[in-house]
Design a protein around this ligand. Structure first.
Ligand code: IPM
Ligand code: MG
Length: 419
């Protein structure tokens, strides 16, 4: 049996605890993997001026995929103050490692399932089961920013109305990135028996960038007549998601809108303790709980590790171990439904590792399909076990995946999120 090589990037804050919990479950589920630890996080920013050192990028190059816990990010000024004294004034700029990984490795899909597990008392409504496809490489995250209007821009007639001391962030949307994220959303819909794709935008104001995104979405949608397609303005979408969350199925959108909508959707199904992501490209992927490093809870064995455990299940599935992935997901569903082991956010007093042990224990008993919470209106679209395999739907790991990192490392790709 092949042994997968997984870059293990626990990070800081609560990252190491939730990563440990995920490992307990992966080990109990028998994922044939070797885990290679990598340096990432605040400590490396302070000591080396780089939160994602080159040696970690090199590690990614030699692994099948990565699991990432969480890291602390701070605004640029604060980050600069915390740098080791000998590194100050050497021009280091803090850049978010997760955003860098997404861009350097071209992990263009940010897949964020938002599913109300049966019996979770934190569910805003039962039966919510949406999936967000967030474009993960461009939009407001390009990192092209100016603290005041650059001289060259002044010649542009449209800039006349903008005061010279305006700060500027550049938003880029390309046809290529728009087509591929929408295509991924539709492929997923088809392979997972989903009925509808909603493309979210703000084309009434961001006419050029969102206009292009929308045009691409329509173009792709036309190839999938069997899948219902609709579009929604992002502001209205926030309202509708709260009002009628069961109306949504697959949601596809640009980077920043996806960031915002995915936190909203996370809260509909219990909060950040249940929100997990796959950052997926053609040949590499990084799996992570969506939450941050929550430094105030670090080291207390208190936070909910289910998001990390679900990210691990998604990772197993992506690696091709669909059965292991599904068993982990079922074990999570079983523990939630039983309701005996609950972390503090779920109204209980179980610790992080207690929860991991409960899921690991439940793995021994899960055989039946996960109690699915999709609403009956779409019952006839329910996918078969085989269809549920993510391998059928998304770009998968291929063996020769290293070159892209090499090509892109050092090209000075910047990320917008300094903190
Ligand atoms: C997320 C996070 C990141 C983002 C931050 C940490 C840069 O909020 O993964 O949703 O904005 O993408
Ligand atoms: Mg976010």
């Amino acid at each position: 049996m092949r042994t997968y090589r997984v870059a293990w990037l626990p990070g800081d804050g609560i990252g190491p605890e939730v990563a440990e919990a995920a490992r307990r479950v992966l080990d109990a589920a028998g994922l044939p993997a070797e885990y290679l630890p990598g340096d990432i996080g605040w400590e490396f920013w302070r000591r080396e001026g780089d939160a994602l050192p080159q040696r970690t990028l090199d590690l990614l190059r030699t692994t099948d995929c990565a699991f990432f816990g969480a890291i602390t990010s701070k605004p640029p000024a604060e980050a600069a103050r915390e740098l080791a004294p000998e590194l100050r004034s050497r021009g280091f700029v803090y850049r978010s490692p997760i955003v860098r990984m997404r861009q350097l490795l071209d992990l263009y899909i940010c897949l964020r399932p938002c599913r109300a597990f049966f019996g979770n008392r934190l569910n805003y409504r039962e039966n919510i089961d949406a999936v967000i496809f967030r474009e993960n490489t461009e939009g407001m995250y390009g990192g092209v920013e100016f603290p005041r209007v650059p001289e060259q821009f002044l010649a542009e007639p449209g800039m006349k109305a903008i005061p010279a001391d305006a700060a500027i962030s550049v938003r880029t949307v390309t046809r290529k990135a728009s087509l591929r994220i929408v295509e991924a959303a539709f492929r997923y819909a088809v392979n997972h028996g989903r009925r509808k794709v909603t493309a979210v935008h703000k084309a009434n104001v961001l006419r050029t960038t969102c206009g292009l995104f929308l045009e691409c979405a329509r173009e792709v949608a036309a190839k999938y007549p069997e899948i219902q397609f609709e579009t929604a303005n992002v502001d209205a979408m926030c309202m509708w998601l709260v009002k009628n969350p069961l109306d949504y199925d697959v949601i596809v959108t640009t980077n920043l809108f996806g960031d915002i909508l995915s936190d909203l959707c996370a809260q509909l199904v219990g909060g950040m303790g249940f929100a997990y992501s796959g950052n997926i490209g053609e040949n590499y992927a990084v799996f992570e709980p969506t939450h941050g490093s929550a430094p105030k809870y670090a080291g207390q064995d208190r936070v909910n590790p289910l998001a990390a455990i679900l990210a691990a299940s998604m990772m197993a599935e992506w690696l091709g171990e669909a059965e292991i992935g599904r068993r982990i997901e079922r074990a999570v569903a079983a523990v939630i439904e039983e309701g005996r082991v609950r972390t503090y956010d779920m109204g209980g007093s179980a610790g992080t590792q207690d929860m991991a042990d409960a899921v690991a224990g439940a793995l021994k008993h899960v055989r039946v399909p996960v109690r699915h919470t999709r609403h009956t209106a779409t019952e006839e679209h329910r996918p078969t076990e085989e269809q549920v395999s993510m391998r059928a739907a998304l770009p998968q790991r291929i063996d020769a995946h290293g070159s892209k990192i090499e090509e892109l490392a050092g090209t000075g790709v910047h990320d917008a999120k300094g903190g």
